[in-house]
Design a protein around this ligand. Sequence first.
Ligand SMILES: Cc1cc2nc3c(=O)[nH]c(=O)nc-3n(C[C@H](O)[C@H](O)[C@H](O)COP(=O)(O)OP(=O)(O)OC[C@H]3O[C@@H](n4cnc5c(N)ncnc54)[C@H](O)[C@@H]3O)c2cc1C
Ligand code: FES
Length: 335
Amino acid sequence: MATIEIPAAKISFECPPGDTILRAGLRAGLGMAYECNVGSCGNCQFELLEGKVESLYPEAPGLNERMRQRNRHLGCQSLALTDCKIKLPMRDDYKSLILPARATGHLTAIENLTHDIREFRFRLDKGNRFLPGQYGLIGVPGVVGARAYSYCNNTADGAEWHFQIKRMPNGKASTALFDQLKVGDAVTLDGPYGNAYLREDAPRDILCVAGGSGLSPMISIARAFAASEKLKGRKLHFVYGGRSGRDLAGEAILRGLPGFGKTIFYYAALSNPADDDNWTGRTGFVHEAVKDILGASLPEHEIYFAGPPPMTEAVMKMAIENKVPVAQLHYDRFY
Ligand SMILES: Cc1cc2nc3c(=O)[nH]c(=O)nc-3n(C[C@H](O)[C@H](O)[C@H](O)COP(=O)(O)OP(=O)(O)OC[C@H]3O[C@@H](n4cnc5c(N)ncnc54)[C@H](O)[C@@H]3O)c2cc1C
Ligand code: FES
């Protein structure tokens, strides 16, 4: 067990073998900055002042050569080989409301949602709760490095973690999940993580924007909205963007929620409809559809969005240009 000290904050915590410095710090209740947890965003970087670390993912895109030479490391990928002293900014808004924990999950069911999105349901040996909009890490057997996947369900006891996952062309984990994992098989799970969770206390209507694989956390938020006493009387607008008709997803799930058509509204936009889609709905990118649907009322919404980085960046830019305060934007970029 290594001790990690952050001298500037007068804090130290234990990092067990096999755990990363970021995840051990979050498990200890510390406010350490991060976003993706998979080596891509660079938000978790720290400076190593003393000690030795090893990276689980040495070529991770979240750190460039210049940063590596300046003794920077990614907290989400660094194992401590000795006691360490590190320097990083601490922020209370990164403290976990529910401390992340590791568990084993057994696959209990798989459901096809579209031609390339499936829902995978796991039952945990040691349940841990999560908030709607958060994500967990799945360690897929035979694949190096855990992947982040957002929950699509809600749970009182944390015993069930469900994820809607898109098959990525040549993607190692998603291909293994789709082609190899069978009901009854075990994976390692770790979570919850993420800050794009539903704010039930925010006094506004809700907008959920999902692009492609971003479906899962928006479904979790919509399900929580439908069940929430606190959010009674509010509205939730759900906008989904896909390429062509076979990508359309989410409407059937939302239709099953109480309030569909009265307080919950679904819209879809296709960026590249196929000829045989006979699509008469909105065309274009999802951020354009959002602007068209909500127009001047955008700043009156708490906005949640998830999907590939170009989509999340376009939604963010559009929202800021339309005077939505940054504090009302909650998102995960799906690297
Ligand atoms: C916060 C967050 C939430 C997400 N939620 C969802 C979701 O709900 N549904 C969904 O379909 N997708 C989601 N994703 C995307 C998902 O995590 C994967 O990136 C995607 O499934 C492609 O993974 P792959 O292994 O198939 O592809 P690959 O191309 O094999 O892997 C790409 C991803 O794996 C990481 N990676 C690659 N090698 C390593 C390694 N050695 N160690 C550690 N990491 C490595 C990369 O940084 C990249 O993120 C989410 C991503 C993030 C960051
Ligand atoms: S949180 Fe570590 S690189 Fe994104």
